[in-house]
Design a binder for this molecule. Sequence first.
Ligand code: GTQ
Ligand code: FE2
Length: 381
Amino acid sequence: MTQHLTSPISLTTVDAPDQPSPTPALEELYRGFERELLVPLWTEIGDLMPAHPRSRAVPHVWRWQNLLGLADRAGSLVPVGRGGERRAIALANPALGGRPFATPTLWAAIQYLMPGEDAPEHRHTQHAFRFVVEGEGVWTVVGRDPVPMNRGDFLPQAGWNWHAHHNAADRPMAWLDGLDIPFQYGTESQFFEFGRDSISDEERTTPERSRSQRLWGHPGLRPVSAPGTTSATPLLNYRWVDTDAALADQLELEDDGSAGTVEPGHAAVRYTNPTTGGDVLPTIRAEMHRVRRGVETAPRREAGSSVFQVFDGSGTVTVGDASWRVERGDLFVVPSWEPLSVRSEAGPSDSDSGALDLFRFSDTPILEALRLDRTAVEATR
Ligand code: GTQ
Ligand code: FE2
C-alpha cells in the first residue's frame, strides 16, 4: 500500500480556470499521479505561490507575569543540569502544531535560574541571544568570558561558541532567549556538543565588564590587533546605558527639528556587529524601538517574522486582525507580512510620562542574504 504524503487530489477542488471537466480519463490520470508520488502544480499553486506571504503562524501575545509565575514554579520543581541543559520554556505559536516555535524561524523562551544555580556548558550551531527585561545577578560565560546580565542588556552569542550560565545572586533571575532553532530545524543543519560539566572558579568570578566589552565596547573604535570582519559580532554585551542614550538623543534631535527618527515620535536603533556595521548574528536581527507617549506608528508589513518584548511603558499593539494592550515584559509575535502598528499610551499602573520601549528580534538577515526582504508602509490610520 502506497503511503500518501499529500492528500488525494480531488477533482472538485481544482479551481484554476481552463480546467477540463471531470471525466473517468481525468480521474485515472490523477490516480496515476498518486501512484507515482507526483503532484501537479495546477492543484497546489495557490498555496505554494501566493501573491504575498500568508503565514502559517498567527499573531499572539504572551503575558510576562504568567510566564514568570510558571518559570518560578519550574524553578522549585525541575532541576537544571546535564541532558535537559537549560530551564528554558519556549513560546509555542498556536498555529504551529504545538511545536516550541514562536514563528516558523524563531525560538523565544523565558529562561530561569535559581540562586547559586549553574546551567552546564555546551555549544551548538544555533545562533542565540539573551535579553534582560528585569533582574540581575546572572553571568553568562561565553568562550570562558564571564558576561554580566542586567536590565536592558542585549547579549548576542553566535553559533558554536561554548557557553554556560550561573546565578551568582541570592534571588532567582529570568530573562528572554532568542534563537534560530526553528530555522535550523527546517534546514536540518544543527550540530550540538556537551562541554565541561562545571565551569572553573576563575570563570565563576563576577567582573563588572566582560573581556569582550573592554576590547570591543568603545563606539567607533576597534582594536588594531583584530583586523578584518567576522560573520557575528565579537561584542558579547550591549549595555542599556548606551541603547537608552542613543534613543533619547534621536528624540532630542527630533525636538530640535533634525531628522533621524523612523517616523515622527518613533526612535529606533539596531544592534550591530562592530566589524561590519551589519547585523549582530547571521540569522537574527535585533533592535530597540522607543515610541513617544500618545504616538501611533504607521502600519508596516515586512516579509519574515518578528518577536517583540515590551521593555518599558505600555500601549496598544495591532497585528493584522489582533489587538492587545501590552505592558512591561509582554511578548508578541508578528508573522510574515502581517501589518504591525503600535500606540504608546499610559496604562492604569503607569505613573510616569515615559515612552513605550519595544525590544524586537527578527529573521531579516536570512531574507536579506537571499534578497527576499520586502517592506510596505501604509498611511497612518
Ligand atoms: O541558554 O544555551 O532557550 O541552548 C534554548 C537553547 C537557551 C542556552 C534556550 C539553549 C539555550
Ligand atoms: Fe545553548
